[in-house]
Design a protein around this ligand. Sequence first.
Ligand code: AMP
Length: 514
Amino acid sequence: MALKIAKSFMRRNDLVKLFYQDGKQLLQSKTYVLTVSTNRSTFFGTYARKQNNLKFGKQILCNRFYSVKTAEESDAEYYKEHNITIVGEDIPSPFKDIDNSYFPEYIKQFLDAQGFTKPTVIQAQGWPIAISGKNFVGIAQTGTGKTLAYLLPAVIQLKEKEGRKGRGPRVLILAPTRELARQIEEVAKEFQKLFNLRCLCIYGGVSRIPQMEALKNGVDILIATPGRLNDFLDSKVTNLSRCGYVVLDEADRMLDMGFEPQIRKALEDVPLERQILMFSATWPKEVQYLAKDYLGEFVQVNVGSTELSANHNIKQHIHVCEQEEKMAKFKSIMHEMSGEGFGKVLVFTNTKRFVDSLTLTLKRNGWPAVGIHGDKSQQQRDVTINKFRSGSTNVLVATDVAARGLDVDGVTHVINYDFPNTSEDYIHRIGRTGRLQNKGVAHTILTTEDARQARSLIAVLKEANQEIPKELEDLARDYRSMKISDKQPRYSPKKPTWATKKWNNFRSDRYSRY
Ligand code: AMP
């Protein structure tokens, strides 16, 4: 009773956990609540276990279930080699190889069966942090192996720790898009078979009924888009009272998409004794606030710079032309690529309407293409992605619904028919190729309409040691001098003439997104 009253008066960050340390493996710990608002600390609890080696640490409540070696000086070389920056206390030493990791045997066997011989960088540092029970923020590029970075510790937690009774999920993974959620589900399904865990993926755009039935039957790992999760929480179909492990995948993207209220609502429903892992490609203020509010203490791992940068395995080609020359330029890129040979090509445009029109144009010109955008039904989107994944068609035209998280093997080329709204989106789009250690090629068409983006694009190219065409520099310079001269309040692109009308059929309406 006293405990309940005390809890209701305290802020989240006032809660600390008392944990016992017993050599390597920690004992099942008892949770106490300690107020730290005054100098005097007050314990509330049913009993205090007396132990000689009792230690306590101030720590946001979390599920500490494995003890791992703390990072030492010899790890500095690894951090330097992989350009890793770490912020936090008691940082566990990275698992540089799988054999010598603290993983249980069944996990090692799983990785072996997958043919994964070495952890990726985010896994090497993320795994020991996650299995030691700490809250974690990972800032890493797409395609770096982050799904397994958070799923393996989740599986260990499910296998080794007894959960509370109930039907709600014990592990919750929030993802911004249906595509990413489905992709995570694919990986999680592997564990379903192997370890007898129940996985479920819920997302909007499809009927709620089958998802509702499945939720009512009980679930261990729930992968959800924030909107649909909120819907089920509000209607009390499920609850998060058993949830001890939460992952926010592509947190920056979720906030960009306006899901902050839904995320906060879900996190409020998760018990305080939980662990949160947050992955983000960028580290903007909004993401920092979210981490501060819900993670309390955490270890942050930046792989590469916190400034978003393009994957250096991608050769970036920039083509500057007039609006009316765009289609001709695009076709010449396609012809050139066909001559050299390509695996799979992902073509991005900015609008749904133009996805359909470009798909048709490609088909008419002998490239069997498929298109995907937000107006297609979930079933159509699944069929399209599967066709592209299986290679039965190797040209996919898409809006930004496919810009992030889409993990399809063998994408050798990305073409930006339209330049995206921001250079961050550009980096995500081209990041669909060159995944892991593969090489990739990106072609991007820019016109004077994209002049305002030229400067930031130059910065991205410079960082990745790519060639900067003179036309792009001119575009950036002209735009700058135009702004300085301040003669024109707004930049206005060239008016179409009779000669351009033909191409305007292909022009995308930049303001109707996805
Ligand atoms: P993700 O960033 O989670 O989308 O992963 C990108 C790709 O990397 C997926 O196709 C994974 O199967 C693959 N992958 C994940 N971990 C490893 C690893 N340790 N070694 C090689 N490939 C991996």
